[in-house]
Each structure stands twice: as C-alpha cells, then as structure tokens.
Design a binder for this molecule. Structure first.
Ligand code: CUA
Length: 236
C-alpha cells in the first residue's frame, strides 16, 4: 500500500503548494491578476496529475506488453477509497479557487450600479458598425471616438453597449471582455495597475469592417488624467 499512500501524499502536496503559491509577477490590471493567479494555481494541480497518469499508463503498457488477454484486478478497497478521496479533494480545491475569482466584482461585475464612494471613472463604450464612441458620462459626456484614457490605481467602470448589432469589447492585456448589445448595457469593472497603451478589439463578428474595430486604452497617472480631462472639457 506504500504506492497508494505515496500517490495520495503527492496529490495533497500539490494542492497545498497551489494554495500557498502566489506568482509575484506584476499584472496590468486587478482583473488579469485574478485570472492569471487562478490559472497558475490550477496548473500546479494539473501538472502533477498529468505526470502521474502518464507514468502509470507507460508502466502498464510496458509491464503487460506480452499479456495474451486482460485479467480483472482483484478488488482493492483501500485503493478505491484513496482515489475517491483524492479526486474529491482536488475538485473541492478547483471549485473553491475558481469561485473566489468568478465571484469577484473585477471579473464578473453584477448589476449596473456604480459605487460613487470609491471615486470611480466611468466610461461608456458604445459600439457601432464599424467603430467605437467612448463617452465620459460623469464628466459632461464628451466623446473621444475610439480612444479611452484612464488613470492608474483607480476603479474604472466600463458600460458596454451598441447602437445596431452585437459587438464585443475586449482588451486582452487588461483581461477585459464583455458583449456589446444593442438596447442594453453590460457593466465591467477593473483597476489598472500599470501605465501604458493597450489595444482593444471587437470580438463579435459584426460585418465587413469587423476586423477594423480597434480601440485603445491608455493608462496614465492621476495627474496626467486630470490634465487630459481639463483639455477635453475646455475643447467641448
Ligand atoms: Cu464590431 Cu465586430
């Protein structure tokens, strides 16, 4: 029974390692941080399982390569209990880890209310065939065409909508993705951590110029953002 105990122990060790490990790499937004960390944790569990299964498979293929016919294994209750418990532990871990991320407001934002207490930036992203109009409804509703400018380290809400057909709002590096639907508004929330310019795409096929529906998200310092706002408002 040493083998089954060893297998159970290594699986448990993998789960514990995944719980403790937090990749320290800087992420562009709170959303991408949450998603990439979950991805890393699940990988810590998936890799040992893959290795274990492949090793058992190869061992079996080599050991029984000369067998004439398959023989049933003797019942081994301890082995069955072991793999049932091990699977339950792994699935429980995957469930708990995923739920913590999926339920986070920066991954799946629920509802359309905006919490004014956190002093957020609100951007309305309105898609049309074929382009974007980005509005700043809290700042006089000026529009910047297909360009978004947001300050870093401050919550940003994107209210995603469309005027004609279904489009998709997607900024891969900030891990933002939401459907743009005519007649309704889907809100997503994030906090950008790093200054820079990020490319945005339409990710729902919407006609001949779908592939040209680009936009940019520029993340700047709070001070630069205020200057930019003043400029936009005075040129209105
Ligand atoms: Cu808009 Cu594709």
């Amino acid at each position: 029974m040493r083998k089954t105990r060893f297998a159970l122990a290594s699986l448990l060790a993998a789960v514990v390692m995944a719980l403790v490990a937090t990749p320290a790499a800087a992420q562009a937004s709170t959303t991408s941080e949450l998603i990439n960390q979950l991805n890393g944790k699940l990988l810590y569990v998936a890799i040992p399982i893959t290795v274990l299964v492949e090793v058992i498979l190869l061992y079996t293929v080599i050991k029984f390569r000369n067998s004439e016919r398959a023989l049933p294994t003797k019942e081994n209750r301890r082995l069955e209990i072991t793999w049932t418990i091990a699977t339950a532990i792994i699935l429980l871990f995957v469930g708990v880890a995923s739920y913590g991320v999926l339920a986070n407001e920066d991954v799946t934002y629920q509802g359309n209310e905006i919490d004014a207490a956190e002093d957020p930036v609100v951007v309305t992203a309105e898609a049309y065939q074929w382009g974007w109009n980005m509005y700043y409804p809290e700042e006089g509703n000026f529009t910047t065409g297909n360009e978004i400018v947001i300050p870093k380290d401050r919550p940003v809400y994107f209210q995603v909508t469309a005027t004609d057909v279904i489009h998709g709002f997607h900024v891969p590096e900030l891990a933002l993705k939401q459907d743009a639907m005519p007649g309704s508004t889907n809100t997503i929330r994030t906090v950008a951590n790093e200054e820079g310019t990020y490319q945005g795409y339409c990710t729902e096929y919407c006609g001949v110029a779908h592939s040209q529906m680009y936009f940019t998200v520029e993340v700047v310092s709070e001070e630069e953002y205020q200057n930019w706002l003043d400029e936009q408002q005075s040129s209105e």
